[in-house]
Write a protein that binds this ligand. Structure first.
Ligand SMILES: Cc1cc2nc3c(=O)[nH]c(=O)nc-3n(C[C@H](O)[C@H](O)[C@H](O)COP(=O)(O)OP(=O)(O)OC[C@H]3O[C@@H](n4cnc5c(N)ncnc54)[C@H](O)[C@@H]3O)c2cc1C
Length: 449
């Protein structure tokens, strides 16, 4: 392996590049990036826009020079237009618009995802934004700094919409959140989503559920956002956070097969259907460890792992992606909400005899100041006792993420709910109880009628 080319310089692409150089310092690695922001934490964009992270430069996982110090060649503001797997070449447009051809021995496609394109009237009006890249965030930031909007409508109650409802409120705007479905954050079950809706309202966010966006129309210098059933709100800024779709055009045109979810099909070595072409991150289908099937779960955690596997295999090592469980956590105002594994309806669809219990306990011994309630839903299989999933909501400093990670570790190893109860977990009164809430929720599941 003499030359590895990587298309894309975000979580997956840079992880692949670093791992390749780590394992084989003799390999030439070129990372081609369509923008000027390699290895930025786009997960941090809402916190830049809220003002909690004042300087966007702080979002860099690594600077460009730190990446280049690892012997990686970065081609910033270069776009790969075509990939010829047979000739082992990519054609690249440089910042001056000139076209060049670059040869490779192996290539990793890490082109990520892009916001779902909207066809609704008004989606392209000034004041309407999406948020996926650093440049997207500069647009929102500049608009807020120069136009001083007082009100925003956030469309979409997924985790990015929720983080942005929080961020814009923190920035001083009044926010209306428009959600198509009956509750926000469909990655958790409605009882927990309702707790989250209460938290949003407590902080002044107007939450309109079962209200799909219909159109956006100009209204003098402002915008009018129309939802279903003739609901409308006049606003200054609209953020469309209605999900992403994988950026597959380059790979697809090269003849790479797509999977059932429309993302690039890969095996667990992150090999595509074409020889010497690997792919990783938000552009690929992700192997679900429990379902033993491909899913589409675009997350930074997964992109990093898949990039590392692709980078290792591209330089002749033998790495396997261990699979995703869909583990995720989001902070919304004072709450953190997390899930791992399967929701009950997903588990049933997968053939499990699933049952769920909900438990609310203190996050630590109530006699120690500052105890807050933690609500945990545990899903297990009634026939085998196997743990199938868990969802948690609590104060963001109540170790929600640590606790979901205990369940995620148990799921990774196929453990039973009873085994979770038997784990030797830590305890001191300011942070837990002799039976950690993770275990109390497991006990509730075990003793449920
Ligand atoms: C606001 C926000 C918050 C998020 N928060 C979280 C979180 O808290 N936790 C979490 O796990 N995940 C989070 N995510 C998701 C996470 O950021 C993504 O899963 C992750 O960035 C995916 O990385 P990637 O490398 O696959 O793709 P992307 O980050 O989409 O990057 C794609 C790269 O490919 C380049 N590219 C594309 N096409 C070409 C081409 N033709 N030529 C050259 N370069 C090209 C782009 O310039 C870019 O460098 C968040 C995402 C957003 C937008």
């Amino acid at each position: 392996m003499a030359h590895l080319v990587i298309v894309g310089g975000s979580d997956a692409g840079i992880s692949a590049a670093l791992r390749a150089r780590e394992l084989d310092p003799t390999v030439d690695v070129t990372v081609i990036v369509a923008d000027a922001f390699p290895n930025y934490s786009i997960c941090g964009l809402p916190f830049y826009l809220s003002g909690e992270v004042p300087d966007w430069h702080q979002l860099a996982h690594r600077t460009a020079s730190e990446i280049e110090e690892q012997g990686i060649t970065l081609r910033l503001n270069h776009t790969v237009l075509t990939l010829d797997a047979e000739r082992h070449q990519v054609s690249v447009r440089d910042p001056d618009g000139a076209l060049r051809t670059l040869g490779f021995d192996r290539v990793v496609v890490a082109t990520g995802a892009a916001p779902q394109p909207s066809t609704l009237p008004g989606h392209d009006l000034p004041g309407v934004f999406v948020l996926h890249t650093m440049v997207d965030s500069f647009r929102v930031h500049d608009f807020c700094s120069t136009r001083h909007p007082e009100h925003a409508v956030v469309v979409g109650g997924g985790y990015i919409g929720l983080e942005m409802a929080d961020a814009l409120t923190t920035r001083g705007l009044h926010v209306t959140l428009l959600q198509r479905g009956p509750s926000v954050l469909h990655t958790v079950e409605p009882p927990l989503a309702h707790l989250l809706e209460g938290e949003l309202r407590r902080h002044g966010v107007e939450v309109l559920t079962s209200t799909p966006l219909a159109a956006i129309t100009p209204r003098g210098p402002r915008l009018r956002v129309w939802g279903a059933a003739d609901v409308w709100r006049d606003t200054d800024l609209v953020l469309l956070a209605t999900g992403v779709r994988p950026s597959t055009a380059l790979a697809q045109a090269a003849g790479v097969a797509l999977g059932p979810h429309g993302a690039i099909q890969v095996n667990r070595r992150m090999e595509t259907s074409l020889p010497d072409v690997y792919a990783a991150g938000d552009c690929v289908e992700t192997w679900h460890r429990m379902l033993d099937a491909p899913t589409y779960l675009p997350l930074g955690t997964t992109a990093h792992k898949q990039g590392r596997v692709a980078g290792a295999n591209a330089v002749g090592h033998d790495a396997t992606f261990a699979g995703s469980l869909g583990t995720q956590v989001v902070k919304v105002f004072d709450l953190a909400i997390a899930r791992t594994g399967l929701l009950e309806h997903e588990a049933r669809a997968a053939g499990f005899t699933a049952a769920t219990t909900e438990t609310t306990v203190w996050d630590h011994k109530a006699y120690y100041p500052g105890a807050t309630p933690l609500t945990i839903r545990v899903t297990g299989d009634m026939q085998t006792g196997r743990l199938l999933g868990a969802q948690l909501v609590g104060h963001w400093q109540a170790e929600v993420a640590k606790r979901v990670d205990v369940y995620a570790t148990a799921l990774f190893h196929g453990m039973g709910v009873e085994e979770v109860n038997d784990l030797d977990l830590s305890y001191t009164p300011p942070v837990s109880s002799p039976w950690d809430p993770v275990q109390m929720a497991a006990q509730a599941w075990m003793t449920a009628p």
